[in-house]
Write a new protein. Structure first.
Length: 146
């Protein structure tokens, strides 16, 4: 039995790869100066970009070891962060949820009826705290505003 078409194609591909490899090796031997270590070097400049030239030692910044923080820095609550003011833009009494628009950041924050002090209407001003919920920010400790 003779070789199948698939075997012939694989053999042709192997022979071509060997030939290409031998050709590349011959080119490297003929032009040895082209691919030296200096051509392969890459440097990182003071801005973090990759460059072909070495960085200027005059622009080098010294960093103190104690200034390096590993991990997430501890979050410190401030009084301004705790309470926000807003206006109820939408509230569905049947389903028991709505949205408060923060007057400072103009973002829409979800509010559930369990976090409200009593019955509310649209356009009521409220003071509230924000908590990260499973689907985004949620208003908690809602109080009626002035």
């Amino acid at each position: 039995m003779g070789e199948t078409w698939n075997k012939k194609e694989r053999q042709k591909k192997k022979d071509k790869e060997k030939k290409d490899k031998a050709e590349k090796m011959r080119e490297r031997k003929e032009n040895p100066g082209k691919t030296g270590l200096d051509d392969m070097m890459a440097y990182v400049d003071e801005n973090g970009n990759i460059s072909a030239t070495p960085p200027d030692p005059k622009k080098r910044k010294e960093i103190k070891l104690e200034d390096i923080e590993i991990g997430v820095p501890e979050y410190v609550h401030s009084e301004e962060d705790q309470f926000r003011t807003g206006k109820i833009t939408f509230f569905n009494h049947e389903k028991g949820f709505g949205f408060i628009k923060d007057l400072v950041s103009q973002e829409s924050i979800f509010v559930h009826i369990n976090n409200l002090p009593g019955p509310v209407n649209e356009n009521d001003k409220v003071i509230f705290e924000v908590e990260k919920g499973p689907r985004g920010l949620s208003a908690v400790n809602v109080k009626m505003g002035e």
